[in-house]
Design a protein around this ligand. Structure first.
Ligand code: ZN
Length: 186
């Protein structure tokens, strides 16, 4: 759950980051930005900001902004009906991204969010800098994080069905709920 004031504040920070990375976005795209706390209520630690340029039955393009030290939790994209699951390529535009996939645990630069050791099981670290990219096949577990400067990246993929994504952390709910500030005070 995110308070509307928090949503608007973080949305503006992410929009500024995206524009500073040299990616032009419209006001309409800013207004449609997803600020995703995954139902965890600790957006600054675990969450992600996403602008979707388009998402058809076959192709999807997004830009993702990660706030300083923010982590997108471990997840994978399962088969949905006839679709074998989302294949995606993340390409870094600005900042450093610590990307984790299956393989030898060589974690050096990133960190496991405190108290969540069980929810981050793949720990093969790849450091991505601007122009670096990584491709994830359907079903492949992954998570990623940035450093104190934050990061902006493109995500090109087959059709995104975000609400079907699977997360290792059982506490996660992909469908972010935004509530008016007054409702929180009640
Ligand atoms: Zn993914």
């Amino acid at each position: 759950m995110i308070k509307r004031s928090e949503y608007l504040r973080v949305r503006q920070i992410a929009a500024d980051m995206i524009e500073k990375a040299g990616i032009a976005i419209t006001q309409e795209e800013i207004e449609q930005m997803q600020v995703v706390d995954l139902g965890l209520g600790r957006l600054a630690i675990e969450g992600v900001q996403v602008v979707t340029f388009f998402n058809t039955q076959r192709v999807c393009a997004k830009v993702i902004a990660l706030l300083p030290n923010q982590t997108e939790p471990e997840h994978w994209h399962p088969a949905v009906g006839d679709d074998p699951g989302k294949e995606e390529t993340i390409r870094v535009i600005k900042g450093n991204v610590y990307f984790y996939t299956e393989g030898e645990d060589n974690q050096k630069y990133g960190f496991i969010p405190e108290g969540k050791e069980d929810c981050y099981t793949v720990r093969h670290e790849t450091v991505l800098k601007p122009t670096d990219q990584i491709t994830l096949m359907p079903g492949e577990k992954h998570w990623f994080q940035t450093d104190m400067d934050g990061a902006v990246m493109y995500c090109f993929s087959s059709c995104a069905r975000d609400l079907k994504d699977q997360f290792t952390d059982p506490a996660i709910d992909r469908d972010t709920v935004i509530v008016d500030d007054e409702e929180v005070i009640k």
